[in-house]
Design a protein around this ligand. Structure first.
Ligand code: SF4
Ligand code: SF4
Ligand code: SF4
Length: 263
């Protein structure tokens, strides 16, 4: 498409890392309007429309973590990279455009798809009311020869998962992977043998609130991303009018939802 020098001058002011994309989108937009030339006026018009669309698309999802990343002593995972990858995934999935279409362009805050992450099971970032909630956890193990039976780990465990026998013993079924025992042990006799993420789905507030339900445990960023991609695909497939994932689960049932995710 032909560009006038004035329009090109404006295009050069767009940051270089998005310039190519903006050029393509402006041309596509103007082609749809039956135009074959980009002059200053049409460039500014296209830019305005595209920016509006972009800000609407940005409203379509929210991804955030807790404060653990940089400062919290309870943090088990460190998810900066994972959060950026999740953001990229949602952009690649064109979730914004999808929701705009489903809501007939009437995208509201209550349609927003939320992925919230906490770096430990304390879940300060309200992961249980998110469409997808994620928290870091660890699997602790007692190194028997280092244990002096001091009992500090037992006192530290709020889940009652530790009892002192010949050495400290952890009941895995009760353990939520918070790491308090690891931090409490003066002998460094309890160590995290694994770290990972627990993933929950379908949390929301509104008229019919629902807490996110445990879906799966992942031991790498890649596994989390693959699971999110599967959730998004089911969410898109069963979405009628831009409703939250929790509403879809309420409609089709948890077991059916899980079947769709893992089949
Ligand atoms: S969720 Fe855990 S790591 Fe994050 S701020 Fe709360 S206590 Fe700290
Ligand atoms: S990780 Fe937390 S819940 Fe598990 S045994 Fe240690 S203190 Fe208890
Ligand atoms: S705190 Fe450490 S040394 Fe003390 S009982 Fe627990 S594991 Fe053993």
């Amino acid at each position: 498409m032909e560009w006038t020098e004035e329009a090109l001058e404006k295009l050069r002011k767009v940051p270089f890392f998005v310039r190519k994309r903006v050029k393509k989108q402006v041309e596509e937009y103007l082609k749809k309007q039956g135009k074959h030339r980009v002059d200053l006026e049409s460039f500014l018009e296209a830019k305005k429309v595209l920016l509006k669309k972009l800000s609407e698309a940005e409203k379509a999802f929210e991804i955030s973590g807790c404060f653990g990343l940089n400062s919290c002593p309870n943090a088990i995972t460190s998810s900066e990279g994972l959060l950026s990858s999740i953001e990229k995934l949602l952009k690649d999935e064109r979730l914004g455009e999808f929701l705009l279409k489903k809501t007939n362009g009437n995208l509201k805050a209550h349609h927003r798809f939320k992925i919230l992450l906490s770096e430990c099971p304390n879940a300060c970032s309200q992961i249980y009311i998110a469409d997808i909630g994620i928290h870091g956890f660890m699997e602790p193990k007692v190194e028997q020869k280092l244990c002096t039976r001091c009992g500090l780990c037992e006192a530290a465990c709020e889940e009652g998962a530790i009892s002192i026998k010949e050495v400290a013993v952890i009941e895995q079924e009760k353990c939520i992977g918070c790491g308090d025992c690891v931090r409490a042990c003066p002998e460094e006799a309890i160590k995290p043998v694994k770290k990972g993420y627990k993933v929950y789905a379908g949390g929301k507030l509104g008229r019919h609130p629902r807490l996110a339900t445990y879906l799966a445990t992942c031991f790498s960023d890649k596994e989390v991303l693959q699971l999110i991609a599967r959730i998004i695909s089911v969410y898109k497939k069963f979405n009628l009018k831009g409703e939250r994932l929790g509403s879809i689960i309420q409609r089709i049932g948890w077991e059916e939802f899980k079947k769709k995710i893992f089949s």
